[in-house]
Design a protein around this ligand. Structure first.
Ligand code: ADP
Length: 828
């Protein structure tokens, strides 16, 4: 769970606690005996709420991982402090309360009986839920730990694979690139393979294979992979000729005059004379070379192309040592001589033999690179176009372009990394041609006595980022590498991170992803490897959703299970509580029943016994009185046997043993007999019994298939109730009628027979109409026992009538009497 949820829970708990405190406070005010008692009770309540919040806080604090213990305990600490203060106030108030003279110790209310059963039901559920949540949490921690372990192993495997497989691919690139450049240099006559032509053709083969395997990288356009870089940059810009400053005043004059004669007058012999004069003044080496160059121009100007060009080629070879001397415009003299020669040749004339290899064009371009080089290359291409030597011009151009890219990258490198940070290390360079990894070897100074010493330089290896990325991708294909879908792997070298595989992360925040493994490695067997190329591999958790997917599923499942079992427990608890309440009520009713039965039996038995004793002792001698006594005894015995019959019937009904004997019975006769039977009892109570037969004459012989005895018992019970509840002098009417009623099953009308007993008694409230049919149920207080009875009469009636397929209807209102109607189903 996140901290936010905890916080919300805490706030919700706090708000609930405040509401509860407010509500409880209002109740306390009415219950408290005095002001101190009120304060004591309020403090007690606050303390209870505070302890709940305190426990909640501690739980939350220990849920937070990765926090120092002190931080964890800060908030609970405050809670504990407040708890202490409240406790202190509570104890003080209790002391004050007890010291009052009017203090009365309240007895604790006993816990409700059902309390412990509820505790026994809820406690295991709560325990299970708590344990379940705890194990889910452990489950998550385990998943986290597993991810860390496998992340660490993965990082190590990645580092090993990149160190070997990745390095192999870089080696292949370097070999192909180096071979290409060496082949070009050899083709231009600038160097030779140690193995000669065979080595060169092997190199071409390897280059071809590499290019076929990596079609997305144009090897020909890549800068040479190996080389050296000087601390101070080399400049292609024209350099001011140092020799100009070394001329004395006279020589400077002579030089001006020579130039004037050469370029302004068209008189070659005058020009040659002026130049000769300058040469005679013994100028410094650079000035002499320039003078010779002017002399050559003057000598060849009048010649035909071929002799002129071959003279220039001879001159170039003869003045080889001075080829890097700058002209007074700062362009290397060697390049100018070549240019002058090529200029005179027409398109496609081909280079004269001496200019093709070694000492000529490419040589001048390699050793004296300048802004003028592209112009010289363009001129070479023009002259070679369409000739057998044309590839030479192409190679020269490609060679120059590749070197130009390298020069640009090194310039950018100087811009992006100040020279004082250079060390034997790797660097990333952003350049127009892309991003390159530049690995510097050791710093070295050429062993020379020259003053000032030449600038320090470093051997380097230059690899395009795309090649590095491809090498990394190649390493990932190793069988032991399998990146789990939740992990993101990064490779880091020279402070730059390359994603080994991009994983979609859902979080938009820029906070770093949690690291689950990292390892260091080096590329093995690459040049300059005296100091290896250290890199790091980091594996981080990019998608916790995927890692914890199964765990979350389990949490949801288990959560649902906990909620379901809590709901089931609550429902079970509720059902148990209801049945507990019913049992309690029933046992109360049964107790009442027993006392009612005893009461009902005691009075008649006592009076029967008294009368029988009087008769036995001969105390009653008058025959009339004796007759009355005997009648009374018989009547009481009838009532007792009816009561016992009722109780027995009820017990049979309860046990499911009650059996009915259905036979054709004349209902009118049955009602008449029953009324007759009850008349003496009614008369004794001062109540008149009336019968009313609202039947067609034909129906007087109406025979229904019923259990006559049972129906009579039901009628007796109803008449008994009516007589019992009727005031003296009132009439109880027993009616029989047949009614038309819509049959439920059939769509036609059918006839039902209704026997009703109506009285003018106190009536029954509508809310009690259902309840009076329940067993043992009696209206009014059992202590007062306003009427006789044990509370089973109506339930027996209902059972009998329902067994006959009929129903009992009660119509009654307080003060308006009651009418109980037995509805018997239509005769078959
Ligand atoms: P009892 O043996 O107490 O009469 P019954 O099951 O026959 O038990 O009746 C249940 C309750 O219904 C009685 O306690 C009485 O309060 C009420 N009762 C039944 N019949 C009448 C009636 N005719 N008038 C008023 N109350 C009645």
């Amino acid at each position: 769970m996140r901290n936010g949820i905890y916080f919300c829970l805490l706030v919700a708990a706090f708000v609930l606690a405040c509401l509860a405190a407010y509500w409880h406070g209002r109740r306390l005010r009415t219950r408290a005996q005095n002001a101190i008692d009120l304060r004591y009770q309020q403090l007690r309540f606050v303390l209870v709420i505070w302890s709940i919040l305190f426990v909640l806080q501690v739980a939350i604090a220990f849920q937070r991982h990765g926090q120092p213990l002190l931080n964890k305990l800060a908030v609970p600490g405050w809670f504990a402090l407040c708890f202490g203060i409240f406790l202190f106030l509570l104890l003080r108030t209790r002391r004050q309360l007890r010291s009052r003279p009017d203090f009365v110790q309240h007895k604790r209310k006993p816990l409700p009986q059902f309390f412990w059963q509820a505790v026994l039901i809820l406690l295991p559920v709560a325990g299970l839920a708590g344990f379940g949540l705890y194990s889910l949490r452990q489950d998550r921690l385990l998943a986290e730990q597993e991810a860390h372990e496998s992340g660490q192993i993965l990082a190590q495997h990645l580092a090993d694979a990149i160190g070997t497989e990745g390095a192999k691919q870089l080696r292949d690139y370097r070999e192909a690139c180096f071979g290409l450049h060496a082949n070009r240099t050899a083709d231009l006559g600038l160097s030779q393979w140690a193995g000669g032509a065979a080595t060169e053709s092997n190199a071409w083969q390897r280059i071809k294979e590499w290019q076929q395997a990596n079609p997305e990288i144009d090897l020909a356009a890549q800068p040479p992979s190996d080389g050296s870089v000087k601390v101070s940059p080399e400049s292609l810009l024209p350099q001011p000729p140092h020799w100009l400053a070394e001329l004395n005043a006279e020589q400077r004059q002579l030089w001006q005059a020579a130039k004037q004669a050469e370029f302004s007058s068209h008189d070659d012999s005058a020009a040659m004379a002026a130049i000769q004069k300058f040469i005679e003044s013994i100028p410094p080496k650079g000035a002499r070379a320039n003078a010779d160059y002017l002399l050559l121009l003057a000598q060849t100007r009048g010649l035909a192309t071929q002799p002129a060009v071959s003279q220039m080629a001879d001159f170039s070879r003869a003045h080889w040592g001075s080829s890097s001397e700058p002209s007074d415009a700062g362009v290397p003299l060697g390049q100018l001589i070549c240019y002058q020669a090529l200029r005179r040749l027409p398109d496609g004339a081909g280079l004269p033999e001496g200019f093709v290899r070694y000492t000529t064009v490419s040589w001048m371009i390699e050793y004296c690179p300048s802004m003028f080089s592209p112009a010289l290359i363009a001129e070479t291409r023009r002259v070679l176009r369409g000739t057998a030597q044309e590839p030479y011009a192409g190679t020269l151009k490609a060679w120059w372009d590749a070197n130009a890219v390298a020069r640009e990258i090194l310039d950018d490198f100087r811009d992006q990394h100040p020279t004082n940070t250079w060390d034997t290390a790797s660097f990333w360079v952003n350049s127009r041609a892309g991003k390159f990894l530049l690995i510097l070897g050791d710093r070295w100074n050429a062993p020379t006595n020259s003053v000032p010493p030449p600038p320090a330089s470093y051997q380097y290896l230059m690899i395009p980022q795309t090649v590095v990325e491809k090498a990394l991708a190649g390493a990932l294909t190793r069988p032991e590498i399998s990146l789990p879908p939740y992990a993101k792997a990064e490779f880091e070298i020279a402070g730059k991170e390359i994603n080994l595989r991009q994983v979609q992360t859902r979080s938009n925040s820029n906070s770093p992803l949690p690291l689950i493994g990292q390892a260091a490695g080096t590329w093995k067997d690459l040049p300059l490897n005296l100091h290896a190329y250290p890199f790091r591999v980091r594996v981080s958790l990019a998608s916790p959703e995927i890692l914890y997917a199964r765990q979350r599923q389990r949490t949801l499942l288990f959560g649902a299970l906990i909620v379901a079992s809590a709901v089931a427990a609550a429902m079970g608890l509720f059902a148990a509580w209801r049945s507990f309440r019913r049992q309690q009520e029933l046992s109360e009713l049964k107790t009442n029943f027993v006392s009612s039965v005893s009461h009902e039996l005691r009075a008649p038995i006592a009076s029967v016994r008294l009368m029988a004793e009087n008769l036995e002792r001969g105390k009653i001698s008058e025959p009339a009185k004796q007759g009355e006594y005997f009648r009374f005894i018989v009547q009481e015995c009838c009532r007792l046997s009816s009561l016992i019959e009722n109780v027995l019937d009820f017990s049979r009904i309860e046990q499911g043993r009650k059996q009915y004997e259905f036979e054709p019975t004349n209902l009118v006769a049955l009602v008449e007999t029953t009324v007759k039977l009850m008349e003496p009892y009614a008369a004794e109570k001062g109540v008149r019994l009336e019968t009313a037969f609202r039947l067609p004459p034909s129906a007087f012989r109406l025979e229904l298939i019923v259990d006559g005895r049972a129906i009579q018992q039901a009628l007796v019970n109803l008449i008994d109730n009516a007589v019992k509840h009727s005031p003296k002098g009132e009439t109880v009417t027993v009616e029989i009628e047949s009614r038309k009623q819509k049959a439920e099953s059939r769509n036609s009308d059918c006839e039902v027979v209704c026997v009703s007993v109506a009285d003018h008694g106190p009536g029954i409230p509508a809310a009690e109409h259902e309840k009076i049919f329940e067993r043992f149920y009696r209206l009014g207080s059992e202590l007062r026992r306003e009427t006789q009875g044990v509370g089973i009469g109506l339930s027996v009636v209902k059972h009998i009538i329902v067994a006959h397929g009929g129903r009992v209807i009660v119509q009654s209102e307080p003060g308006k009497g009651s009418r109980f109607t037995i509805e018997l189903p239509p005769k078959l």
